[in-house]
Design a protein around this ligand. Structure first.
Ligand SMILES: O=C(O)CCC(=O)C(=O)O
Ligand SMILES: [Fe+2]
Length: 301
């Protein structure tokens, strides 16, 4: 066993509900332990059985119902939670796809609540994969879904995103919660990594696709705009948008240039997920190795 979770496992065995909940999150995400959703659900239910409020609420979101912990645990249907709605092709140049009702409003609210305390001014990669800096074109805030704020709900939404995109979860960067107050914006940009970052691209793959899950819709303006073609997308809460940052041969696609336009009223919240062409191991899953995406993915996505 990985020594970094040995203490957690000990405390969970003694029935400590906080430890059971944390262990459930580690098992759901595969952090320092192999992924095991069933074990995760049982540990979460064990924490809920002694009335641990966070575990009860998480189980309510997963089960999409109410009742006592036994009823909640029985109602969780991982297969259904992994299922993605039908993909709708809205544009071919650049390649943009929509998934309506990808997440429930309750899931959206849950994700915002989990991560909102961590918001800070948004940053971008400038010259290298590690050097972050603020960027004049960006005025919104962001927070990353590090392990401490990740849970079964996020884990299953990542599985659903994998189904929708055809990209395995271990190719996902850490998800970002984006927040726009009125007049805030994410200026025109591309998401693919620049040629100067070839070592990063070689090691962990290009950012081949971007998957945006819109967590709110009570705002005006704030569309996602594909500036090269003047296409604007305004989502309903729970809708997802996927766009492909590369062409059919995997080369950066300049047509994928886009922006989060300024909001004029209300608050815009988004879960932004960058998907790589190779495994990134963003959640430290032990022993994750994997193949790059096959050439068919680039042609058929
Ligand atoms: O918020 C938006 O509409 C755009 C977000 C975006 O461009 C990104 O997360 O890369
Ligand atoms: Fe972007």
């Amino acid at each position: 066993m990985d020594p970094r979770i040995a203490g957690l496992v000990e405390a969970a065995k003694k029935g400590n509900p906080q430890a059971l909940t944390n262990l459930a999150h580690a098992q759901a995400l595969g952090v320092f332990t192999p992924r095991d959703l069933n074990a995760a659900l049982n540990n979460l239910a064990a924490a809920a059985s002694v009335g641990w409020p966070d575990a009860v609420r998480e189980l309510q979101v997963l089960s999409r119902t109410t009742g006592n912990w036994k009823r909640l645990r029985a109602a969780v249907n991982p297969d259904a939670l992994r299922r993605a709605p039908q993909r709708r092709v809205v544009l071919e140049k650049p390649r943009v796809r929509v998934f309506e009702n990808f997440a429930t409003p309750t899931e959206c609210d849950w994700l915002i609540e989990k991560c909102r305390d961590r918001l800070r001014p948004a940053q971008v990669y400038q010259n290298s994969a590690t050097e972050l800096s603020q960027h004049e074109g960006r005025s919104n805030s962001e927070a990353s879904f590090e392990f401490e704020v990740s849970d079964l709900v996020l884990s299953l939404i990542r599985d659903r995103t994998a189904r929708a995109s055809g990209i395995p979860v271990h190719h996902f960067e850490v998800g970002m919660l984006l927040h726009y107050k009125p007049r805030e914006t994410f200026g025109r940009h591309t998401d693919f990594l620049q040629a100067g970052m070839h070592e990063e691209i070689e090691a962990r793959g290009q950012r081949v696709a971007t998957f945006l899950l819109y967590l709110s819709d009570d705002y005006d303006g704030g569309e996602t705009e594909f500036s090269e073609v003047g296409f604007k997308f305004k989502a309903r809460k729970g809708d997802a948008l996927m766009f492909i940052n590369v062409d059919q041969d995997g080369a950066p696609d300049p047509m994928s240039m886009h922006a989060g336009l300024p909001t004029t009223r209300g608050e815009k919240w988004v879960l932004s997920q960058w998907l790589r062409g190779k495994p990134v191991n963003s959640h430290h899953t032990p022993g994750i190795v994997g193949a790059p995406l096959p050439p068919e993915w680039y042609r058929n996505v």
